[in-house]
Design a protein around this ligand. Sequence first.
Ligand code: BES
Ligand code: MN
Ligand code: ZN
Length: 498
Amino acid sequence: MKVSFGTAAIPAQGALALGVGKGGKLGPLGASLDKKIKGALKRAVNASERFEGDKGQTLEVLAPAGTRLSRIVLVGLGNLDEFDARAAENLGGSIAKRISATGDTKAAIALDAPKANKIEEADAAARIAFGARLGSYRFDRYRTTEKADKKPSLKQLTVLTANTAATQKKFVALDRLADSVMLARDLVTEPPNVVFPRSLADRASELASLGVKVEVLGRAKLEKLGMGSLLGVAQGSSQEPFVVVMQWNGAANGAAPIAFIGKGVTFDSGGLSLKTAAGMEEMKFDMAGSAAVIGALRALAARKAKVNAVGVVGLVENMPSANAQRPGDVVTSMSGQTIEVLNTDAEGRLVLADVLWYAKERFKPKAMINLATLTGAIIVALGHNQAGLFSNNDELAANLTSAGDSEGEKLWRMPMGDDYDKDIDSEIADMKNIGGKGGGSIIGAQFLKRFVGETPWAHLDIAGMAWVYKDNPTVPKGATGFGVRLLNRLVADKFEDK
Ligand code: BES
Ligand code: MN
Ligand code: ZN
């Protein structure tokens, strides 16, 4: 689907979607169109018992006489005082999706409500376009026999706006951000025989074309660094593990960077603590944390953000084999701390332990944020609506929460503390990789905390957010790309030179 901008005039053909304020009052474009089609719109609004212009309500008029439009979709905007950027995105996403199911290939959309006071007209138009792109995401690389009438029909969406030049300018940045979110979605959706540690490292390396400095550390280097914890997870797989370091230096040379760390388990079978068959295929998305980090670095580079940022992802496959790590093994992490591995399925924390330590030691970052599909328990706690946020720093936690609110990637802060920490003391080593019963997500976070020192740090447990099972206007079901928008926003609001 192509998105473009056009002046606020009634198009000659195709579908047309128009915003309608609360009470069902037509905007200026709607009113002039209504005249042209002899009051058909007002009659439709009056005839409907339900349509009141409430947020999300729609009313469709088909092939009205007096125009060559295929359909007019009136879309309720709700209370205009509350209409904001997210509402505009949702509008774009839901309309694009709706028209794509009709067979129409061309559509235009206008907010047609000049008085929304939380957002300027040009911003709203750009956000509508952004939402349409995000909501139209589809991964069909491996569909070869799908019938044309099952495919989304919309090819060309024109957002009508009073100022096309200003809108176009605002859209450039959002358009690139959408590309970065979709990169993350693609990486997560790809099957685990296509995205495995080496191929994912290759995909990350492509960021070099945007000016990101990329280093790929293979097994020999990881051994030299002493990453026994990460290597223990990888040893059951025939795939070589990699750590990829991505640096975007957009600020003053030498300024301490912000660091993003990603869990990149390209497939999590559980290892010898094997998962059950039902749903195991989902564990291809266990690299979503690393996909978010790759996407975020892409987003920063694409808009030449004035920040020094580093992304470090630990890429491994967790498999059972004759060479796999055993429950009971003790490994030595890069930090020197020893870990008794009691459950090989609690592998994400073992990977992150070394990657967090490495990032901290090498880059002395201002702040360190890791993203990981770490625990099923966070899904029990928060479902698929918010990610878990764990942090040793209230300010960082608050900044992340507000970035998430702004971007529709919500975070809920979870507790941490010494009482929880005690649960991972081991009888034989410095710590064990699981606790007792209960609080599984907190235990995971306490484990990670032992590898971050004094660095302001936050852990986002995105197990419930990396993949969703329900369509949202801007997030179709499947891989979400969760974290890309959030991190980009955090940088823009709090870490970027003005
Ligand atoms: N990748 C899983 C967590 C997960 C589960 C993500 C379901 C998304 C959906 C992680 O490696 C894992 O297996 N965690 C275990 C930890 C347990 C063994 C302490 C879990 O959540 O069961
Ligand atoms: Mn696991
Ligand atoms: Zn895992």
